[in-house]
Design a protein around this ligand. Structure first.
Ligand code: ZN
Length: 50
């Protein structure tokens, strides 16, 4: 993983360093945490509610 730590995992948007959201995913059986921008984080939360 070589992408910037300050980019959204979904949309690659640059994020202000002091505003970050973290979502948890299962990737190949491993629990991983990804940074998301506000919009993508809200989408992710909506998906988790189901
Ligand atoms: Zn995003």
């Amino acid at each position: 993983m070589t992408s910037s730590e300050n980019q959204c995992f979904y949309c690659q948007a640059e994020m202000v360093s002091n505003i970050s959201y973290h979502a948890h995913f299962l990737s190949q059986g491993e629990h991983v945490e990804k940074q998301l921008c506000k919009d993508c984080y809200r989408d992710w939360l909506d998906g988790m509610k189901e």
